[in-house]
Each structure stands twice: as C-alpha cells, then as structure tokens.
Design a protein. Sequence first.
Length: 277
Amino acid sequence: MIRLRTGSTKNLLERMKEEGYDIVDTGCESENEADGGKYAEIAEIVSNKVVSKECDYGILICGTGQGMAMAANKIPGIRAVLCYDVFPAVLSKNDNNGNVLCTGAWFMEKKGIDFTMAMIHAWLFSGYTGTHEDGMLALSRLDNKKYQEVMYMDRFQELSKIALDELSEVFARMSDENVRELLEEIKNAKRVFLLGAGREGLSTREFAMRLMHLGKESHWIWDDTTPAMNKGDLFICACGSADVAHENIICDNAKKTGATILLITPSAKGHIFRNCR
C-alpha cells in the first residue's frame, strides 16, 4: 500500500488493522508533491510481493490511482484494476481475477472512509467465477510474452556486459608502444594487406575498408582483385592462435616477398609468431 497523502490513506491503514487485516505497508508516507514520482517504484514493490505470493493481494493508492494501475500492470502476473465503486470492484474479481486494487486518495477524501472500506471488503471477499476463461487465457499469453521480452532484454544486457568487459580487458593489456608502432607502419607502407579468418576475417575486412576511407591503398587477402605483395608493403595478420594451417602458408609466402609482416595475436607461440617476425 502506498500513501502519498497522509490523511485519508493513514486513516484507511488504521481502519484495516483494526478490522484484523494483516497489512504490509510499503510506504511511502509523504505529503510532498515531489514524491509523487515514487508511485512506479512502490507499485513494483507491491506487485512483486503479490507475484511471489508473499502477499495475497495488493492495494495501491495515489492521487487518482491511475498511475499506480499503469505501473503495476507492467509487472508480469499482475492484473491491477482501478476502482472507485463497489460494483466494478466485485466484477474485477468475478470476471478478471484481479489481484491488485488501485484507487485514489482524492476519491477517498470525497467518498469517506466507510465507503472506501465497503469497496475494499467487496473486492477482497469476491472470488473468480471462471466465466471468462478465454479472456484469462489471453491475459496469460500476454503475461508470458511480456515475461519473455523481459528475459530476452536481461540476457541481452548480460551478454553486452560480458562483451564490453572482455573488450576492456583487451584494451587494458594493449601496449601503447605497440599501437604507436602499428600506426607508424601503416603510415609508412605503400600498401596494406590484411588477413584473418572467421570473426578476425570480418574485423580485418572492415579495417581494410576504413583504411581505404582514409585514403590508404588497402586489400583484404580473400578478395579476388587483391594484387601481389611486394617489398615496401605492410601485411597485417590477425590470428588468435598464431597457428592456422592456411594462414601459416599465406604468411610464409608474404615473408618471401619482402613485405613487412605484423601479427595481431594474444599468443606468444605458434607458427606465425615464430616464423614471420
């Protein structure tokens, strides 16, 4: 339960406790209008307590109750209803099996505590009649879809963090001196040739295109139009293991041309590392 206006909502809490209800009060108790934005945060807390079965039902109160209903219904498994009267409150349980009741403090101040309690009593003690199974199944499908979307987004964020952490680790291990050496070699080379396979192939192909955009003649080894290498050219090979059979052969042949060979690898061993420096 939330109370942004301490008058009517505080009286309601006291009245419900007097009548024997077991209340879990999640706040917030404030008369400050600036705290109005907390309704979404409180709605999430209450909704999660209902979904987890920590609480049987939830009651959310803000100025009108509308913001609370909108926020609560973002949580999979929640069927929040906005009510200002007994009849729709009863139907929300009979037909839609509502599990969170939302209403407004302004309504409570106007109608009074007795009327509000009558509505809450009616809602809490009404049951689902099972007469709208098709509608409930449709709501369940929407819940499952929403849950899957949340799970997919959580997984995407998890994988993104893993990728960013790995990239950060790579950059942290890079030597500034090696990077300056690479840039100087690229600057002085007549032409730049690039080799890679798999993901490294995609990276080197993109790098070749970027060099071309900068005005440097560059060639990706696997292109049919790639010319022969000569002395004065720079050959960049990206290979994680520094030892892949077909790349070993290409690097050996590149060495014979007199081209400068630059290996990008985390490995300190392997055929290319040993023979092409």
